[in-house]
Design a protein around this ligand. Structure first.
Ligand SMILES: NC(=O)c1ccc[n+]([C@@H]2O[C@H](COP(=O)([O-])OP(=O)(O)OC[C@H]3O[C@@H](n4cnc5c(N)ncnc54)[C@H](O)[C@@H]3O)[C@@H](O)[C@H]2O)c1
Length: 318
């Protein structure tokens, strides 16, 4: 679905003066921006890159999958006619990140939007988590995110243009999802959320906004691999996740497009250090009960009956 269709209020009743968003309004929000996406070859990064191109921005993709990256940017150029480039780069290699960002700035003229979607997940029970796997996950999700934010921040400071940095975290950075044992992933995403707040505070005087975006379960290669690893229990795991989500389903990558464009554009010029949840859950404690029960139900009764399935770490449940 196109971004314009997503914003359409056709057939809905709006209170007050309503002027529909049109392509000009959306495009002007991202005029002259050069969004750079890590992990842009597929999944959420790709969908966001397509959203930026749709509103007229030229885009750059960084990934460790060069062939897929090439395929993705060729499609973008064909569909939207913008300059779209792809760069092979491992975000865990700080030197490679610096030289790649320099080359992108040279090719595109500047860097003023960064989305860090490169990320991995690998689950083991905590007591058996291999040290090498734990280190690797932290290296990609935390160090890689920092190296890219640092490289982009340095360009934005040198250009004196300011910019917008969007770190893709996860709902797992704030809550513990079950039943999968994912302590490393959860800890890495918690770090990403705090990194966004810290950088936002340091760089606000430079005109650089830094926000984190925390999706819930989304339908991508990353979640597909988790289902496949479960074998015949894959559909059971999927149904469990859906049951824990008040919206009742897993999200589609295109459902994050509008949020990415909003955070990248001047429409969010007073938004920084924010954690935006796009997880189909809403406010956690209130939604901490299975669908079908009224909000008036007492928390302790729901806990006793096992109907409370999740909440934040405020003592309401686990
Ligand atoms: N899919 C979900 O349910 C979900 C939910 C919340 C958060 N997220 C986060 O969103 C981000 C994107 O996830 P996705 O579902 O699109 O995953 P994905 O596996 O489909 O895409 C991730 C991309 O990152 C790239 N990548 C991995 N390691 C890299 C490295 N070292 N250097 C450069 N590129 C690298 C991969 O090649 C891939 O193209 C991740 O950070 C993930 O943790 C995903």
């Amino acid at each position: 679905m196109s971004l314009l269709d997503q914003f359409s209020l056709k057939g809905k009743t709006a209170v007050g003066n309503h002027r529909p968003l049109n392509r000009t309004v959306l495009c002007s929000q991202l005029e002259d921006t050069i969004p750079l996406l890590t992990g842009g070859a597929r999944g959420l990064g790709l969908e966001m890159m397509r959203a930026f191109a749709e509103v007229g921005a030229s885009v750059a993709c960084i990934d460790v999958l060069p062939e897929l990256g090439k395929h993705s940017v060729n499609d973008i150029h064909r569909d939207f006619g913008v300059l779209a480039t792809t760069w092979e780069c491992d975000v865990t290699d700080d030197e490679q990140v610096r030289t790649t960002f320099d080359a992108i700035a040279k090719k595109h003229g500047s860097i003023n939007v960064l989305v860090t979607a490169a990320g991995v997940v690998k689950n083991f029970r905590a007591e058996q988590y291999p040290a090498a796997d734990f280190r690797r996950l932290m290296d990609v999700n935390v160090n890689g995110t920092f190296f890219c934010a640092q490289a982009a921040g340095n360009h934005m400071i040198a250009q004196a243009t300011g910019g917008s940095i969007i770190l893709i975290a996860s709902m797992s950075g704030s809550i513990v999802n079950r039943p999968q044992p994912q302590c490393a992933y959860n800890a890495s995403k918690g770090a990403v959320i705090m990194l966004a707040k810290s950088l936002a505070t340091e760089w606000a005087p430079r005109g650089i906004r830094v926000n984190s975006l925390s999706p819930g379960y989304m339908e991508t290669g990353l979640t597909k691999a988790l289902f496949e690893k479960e074998g015949e229990n894959g559909p059971v795991l999927k149904a469990t996740w859906e049951g824990h989500t008040p919206i009742g389903r897993i999200g589609k990558p295109h459902e994050l497009k509008a949020m990415a464009v909003y955070l990248a554009s001047s429409a969010s010029s007073f938004v920084t250090g924010e954690l935006s949840d796009s997880d189909g859950r809403g406010e956690r404690v209130r939604w901490g009960m299975r669908r079908g029960r009224g909000r008036g139900a007492k928390m302790e009764d729901l806990m006793k009956s096992g109907e409370v399935v999740r909440a934040t770490t405020d003592g309401c449940n686990w």
